[in-house]
Design a protein around this ligand. Structure first.
Ligand SMILES: Cc1ncc(COP(=O)(O)O)c(C=O)c1O
Length: 449
């Protein structure tokens, strides 16, 4: 195999000279020229079906017509004017829309920022201010972002924490229980460590909030177990702890609903948003019940360019489209097709494609191999990488999470034929891997999770 990547290779050399290495992983030598909907074009004019959606920040793909029109219209009026000193009508319009879909119909307000990371910081600030407590509970394998506050919450890899501490104090990470766990085991185990901590070293009356991704993204797209969430929520209610859903990666119909917490019949006290909240432009938002949002005065959490007018205009247009029948129909069809394709792959390769995870259009596919000595199935990190690299060579952008999970998050409105072709490419690549047709040479690009 092999693509012509001459121009991309030259760009990569330039990148290595001027871009800090901490800013990206490397899976394959893809340098972007343009993205049209669900198709990425590289500098050498190769085309790729997008199964990444810019890390779930382009839920409607790139250049969605209504979004582009709204951005252009806003640009003609003003690009941005700081909401710190004037009333920004785009902020208001978007906040009205977002609060209108707050789970359970609770009265809520919004605090805008620039990205998912600072929205996590906002959640910490508001939780502490509102409760007068300092401690925050969060979960192992959660990814919350790159500001000091959000890194302090994150526990997914030491590569994002080494050399830069100390971090924010009073953050406690507990195990997360996924829906792959048997009900009885979850019932018995899932809240034990928290209860023990509440007795031994963590006074519950000092805990301000639990911040949880209902579907852990970078952990490998693992949805929380229903029993775990129910028990966790009950503990929060018992001790007056705020329950905050971290929805940066999973909101805006990525899991089939506005927010992934809606799968759990829980009305959260707050919701953290980023990525697709700006429909492809930089935006973050923390939305919480009114009384919580009234607990901080200006300028406790404001940014000169936060709640950017262009991003809010884009967000409003995407929001309106997502509420409509056309989108809801496309989404339902794509979700069904995706489930079918995942099932097919698992049936075809029962030893390697062993576990599907996630919900809706936010799916993981774990690849395993047999341990030659013990005969048990173990994560196949090399195989996973080879499969995704061959997929790239065949025209599909897909990456991995953890050691061995393929991250499958195409635009929600991906064209059905591209969705089908993308899965076909994965299948062909698995087959070629099993046939020994993908050499170790490709591993030189591997700098991933
Ligand atoms: C669940 C989750 N939270 C927070 C973030 C951070 O968002 P951002 O990179 O926009 O700051 C991410 C980004 O990947 C994420 O997946």
């Amino acid at each position: 195999m092999g693509l012509t990547t001459t121009k991309s290779a030259a760009w990569i050399q330039r990148d290595e000279k001027v871009i800090a290495p901490c800013q990206h992983f490397s899976y394959f030598p893809l340098t972007i020229q343009k993205v049209v909907g669900d198709i990425i074009f590289d500098q050498d004019d190769n085309q790729f079906i997008d199964f990444l959606s810019s890390a779930s920040s382009l839920n409607l793909g790139s250049g969605f017509p209504a979004v582009t029109a709204a951005i252009k219209e806003q640009l003609e009026l003003y690009s941005q004017y700081t909401p710190a000193y004037i009333y920004n009508t785009k902020n208001i319009s978007y906040a009205e829309r977002l609060t209108s879909v707050y789970p359970g119909g609770a009265s809520a307000k919004v605090c805008f920022g620039n990205c998912g990371s600072d929205a996590n910081d906002a959640a910490i600030k508001f939780a502490r201010a509102y409760t007068g407590r300092t401690k925050i509970i969060t979960f192992i394998n959660g990814y919350h972002g790159s500001t000091y506050g959000s890194i302090s919450l994150s526990a997914v890899t030491t590569r994002m924490r080494s050399k830069m501490g100390p971090f924010l104090p009073d953050i406690y990470n507990f195990p997360f229980y996924g829906d792959d766990l048997e009900d009885e085991v979850c019932e018995r185990e899932c809240i034990k460590e928290l209860e023990r901590a509440f007795e031994a070293y963590l006074p519950p009356e000092e805990v301000a909030a639990v911040i949880i991704e209902p579907l852990q993204g970078d952990a490998g797209l693992i949805a929380a177990h229903q029993i775990f969430m129910k028990k966790l929520y009950a503990l929060c209610k018992k001790y007056g702890i705020l329950f905050i859903a971290e929805e940066v990666q999973q909101a805006f119909f990525r899991t089939g609903k506005w927010f992934s917490i809606e799968h759990y019949n829980i009305v959260p006290d707050g919701i953290i948003m980023g990525k697709s909240v700006g429909a492809g432009l930089p935006l973050g938002a923390f939305m919480a019940k009114e009384e919580i949002m009234d607990s901080l005065p200006a300028p406790a959490h404001l940014f000169t360019l936060g709640g950017h007018a262009l991003a809010c205009a884009a967000g409003c247009a995407a929001f309106d489209y997502m509420q409509g029948e056309e989108f809801q129909h496309i989404l339902a069809e794509n979700e069904k097709a995706m489930e079918r394709y995942l099932k097919n792959i698992m049936e075809k390769f029962p030893d390697i494609a062993t576990r599907k995870s996630g919900k809706g259009m936010s799916r993981g596919l774990a690849l395993t191999r047999r341990d030659s000595e013990k005969g048990t199935l173990i994560p196949d990190d090399v195989g996973t990488y080879k499969v995704l690299f061959r997929s790239y060579e065949k025209g599909l952008v897909i990456i991995s999470l953890g050691k061995n999970v393929l991250r499958i998050q195409p635009p929600l409105n991906i064209k059905p034929e591209n969705l089908e072709r993308g899965f076909k490419i994965i299948e062909e690549s698995i087959q070629e891997y099993l046939d020994g047709k993908i050499t170790d040479e490709v591993l030189k690009f591997k700098k991933g999770w």
